[in-house]
Design a protein around this ligand. Sequence first.
Ligand code: NFE
Ligand code: MG
Length: 566
Amino acid sequence: MAKRITIDPITRIEGHLRIDCEIDNGKVINAWSSGQMWRGIEIILQGRDPRDAPTYTQRICGVCTTVHALASVRAIENALKLEVPLNAQYIRNLIIAAHAVHDHIVHFYILSALDWVDITSALKADPRKTAQLAESLSSWHRNHVQEFKAVQDKLKAVVDSGQLGIFANGYWGHPAMKLPPEVNLLAATHYLQALEYQRKANMIVSILGSKTPHVATLVPGGVSCAVNPESPAALNTERLFYIKSIIDDLGDFVRQVYLVDVCAVGALYADWTKYGAGVTNYLSVPELPMDTKGTVFRLPGGYIKNGDLKTFTPITSYQDDFFREGVKESIKHSWYEGEWTKHPWDETTQPRYTGFQDKGKYSWVKSPCFYDQPAQVGPLANVLCMYAAGHAPTRKYVEQALGLVSKLAGTQVGPEALHSTIGRHAARAIRCAVFMDELQVQWQALVDNIAKGDLAVCTPYPIRPGESRGFGFHEAPRGVLSHWIVIDSNRIKNYQAVVPSTWNACPRNHHDAPGPYEASLVGNPVADPERPLEVLRTVHSFDPCLACAIHLHDPRGRVLTQVRAL
Ligand code: NFE
Ligand code: MG
């Protein structure tokens, strides 16, 4: 008889995601994804000056804060037909790329690697053999025996103390953990190094955003950081070259450590290329605009149907009709009043909690659809779309990664392996390498433009009578983010955020078709239902963020905090 398990919360951060699975004969046969917290930021925005949106929407999340600032300023610029000066585009692009690199490094090492890497097994490794293995894979300058030995001693001291701290509660010794001790020590060492390098990437965000999380410099029409090569109070030559030194330092870690580790883990867990494909309609949007209007982009985006790269349809500008007309959200299975499917500009947000009903409403997350179909978003969708569009750097890193996986696995592995749980990790590392290259490109573009004497950073904000509608999109670390705004006489009349984790973590839609998390879990093996490591693997591979996907909620109905919208 099928056994039902509930995992709640299922993530290491933003822990408001509940996953229920039915398991029969060692396999998942049915799954439900449920967002357990509602925030109400979209309601708090009603009646405010649109210029407040970047400040409020960034508080949707503590992880991907910059992304909501970007989507909101782009939505306002779209509604008010504002152009953005080149310096501002390049500065925003640097923030986007640095944030993505930081986010992806944190996801792989800190949020998901321990689903694959057994920390306790690293204690059994021979540090010399680990160093030999590491040198055969990469020329990373910190892959030496002393570093591996020092990490092993540190891990041993933690285990001997009996207080496992961040390593408590792992499924150590689980039968699905397959890496040899030397690979576990290698990954554990890079886990600790990753903490240093993600911080460097975030320093770029804090210099250009004036702080992080929740940057303060993104405003409708541009950025609020003054550019002047000679002023100590502005973004000057010294700051620019400091940013350049961080970019140079980071690149080695991404290409020689992160990308290589993901390939090694992928090759040693090759069976995970068969699980977790789920919804194979892939949606992404173009990113890193290089003109003032948002019609020329460094990175392509678009839509792929049913996993067939030949169906790729590009999305090409901030005015793109195909994207604007395609997005709708359904609430048939979500805790809101009614049972509609609507375009974001026409939506309402009226919460109505009715408990978890398997066949009824069971989540605070709405169900987005693209032309009536569920779609997977995120690094995999992004990489497949860039690959289908013929984007050369993406093709280069895909080939490099698959080449290394094939060599290590001893069998030819092609791009079709990417439609899987492990493929989402590979795609994220590939995307990270592409963004690393783009940091150099964007830095050079900014320096060259300033050298021409252009110091403009912002277009003045116009106050217009009457109604205007706008949308802004951004290819965020977890995928397509779009904000939709209706402005009436400089007040927000309606605001809807359709967020990456909403696309992926959604419940069944108006046709009762499962969302990407739900579909990707069906067929996954589960060796021990009491310790469902495999379910964690597939869900974590999407990098869930439920704070994004959906105001404080208490299961006993107590009010935890009240926010007065002034
Ligand atoms: Ni809170 Fe985020 C957004 C999501 S970024 S992490 O938008 O989902 O990828
Ligand atoms: Mg929303």
